[in-house]
Design a protein. Structure first.
Length: 255
């Protein structure tokens, strides 16, 4: 009897296409050769290995499921295999790639203007720009229906006030995608996702040690937003009623 594969009891690999297997094998080699030899040292020194970012990009791992804008255009199964292999190396490495790809690039691709897509997606696919996703808050956690970060409409855009916590990629990011509501969360009918450069006035980042302890090599920072102006052309406005958000969560869909 053929021995069981200890990491694939159900022989799922046999169900994969040739391309999907190639993706899995390529990322597995990368993890073995590039991630595992250094990740222990990174953990001990709370250091994210930014030197690997160009290699993520060269392999097409950033925004891999997006079809255009210099992205690889792989299917969802291939993206899942990428994340599985990266997770085998380190959870922080996988978090970096999935936050960049799913939580920043995908919303820009799905809801952003053509100008926003052209500006950010090719640069992010090449690893030249790094993004973070500001949803989680000290009081609300990751529940968008309980958000307290507010976006007040003013001439030319919105003024943001609030705070975010446990934000992967924040210490090294070039662009911040913030979730905010147009009123206090319990009465809001709209969600606002705002793209804003991190060096803008009114956005303060606490250092990793000031904010919270790091977990693995990837720091998660607290972001304090005080009267930060987000110009209208940098905003993505998505209509969502609370019932719709609740239904989407129950069905397991992205909001």
């Amino acid at each position: 009897m053929e021995a069981l594969n200890p990491v694939d009891f159900y022989n799922v690999r046999e169900l994969l296409s040739e391309e999907e297997r190639m993706v899995q094998d390529t990322v597995a080699r990368f993890v073995d050769e590039k991630v595992l030899p250094i990740i222990g040292e990174c953990f001990e020194h709370s250091r994210f290995p930014k030197e690997l970012v160009p290699e993520f990009a060269a392999l097409g791992l950033l925004g891999s499921s997006i079809q255009v804008y210099d992205c690889a255009g792989l299917n969802g199964v291939a993206y899942g295999l990428i994340c599985q292999e990266l997770e085998r190396g380190d959870s922080g490495i996988r978090s970096f790639v999935s936050v960049q790809s799913s939580l920043v690039m995908y919303p820009i691709y799905s809801y952003g203007s053509e100008e926003q897509k052209q500006r950010w997606l090719p640069a992010m696919a090449k690893g030249e720009a790094i993004g973070c996703f500001g949803l989680t808050e000290p009081d609300a956690g990751s529940d968008p229906g309980s958000m307290r970060t507010r976006a007040k409409k003013v001439d030319g855009g919105f003024v943001l006030n609030g705070s975010k916590t446990w934000i992967s990629n924040a210490p090294i990011a070039d662009v911040l995608l913030v979730w905010a509501c147009d009123r206090l969360a319990r009465s809001t009918k709209h969600l606002l996702q705002t793209i804003d450069e991190l060096n803008g006035m009114g956005v303060q980042f606490l250092s990793q040690r000031e904010a919270i302890d790091t977990e693995g090599p990837l720091g998660r920072a607290i972001i304090v937003i005080v009267s930060a102006m987000a110009e209208l052309e940098r905003c993505i406005i998505i209509e969502r009623v609370k019932a719709g958000m609740r239904r989407a969560r129950l069905e397991g869909r992205h909001i």
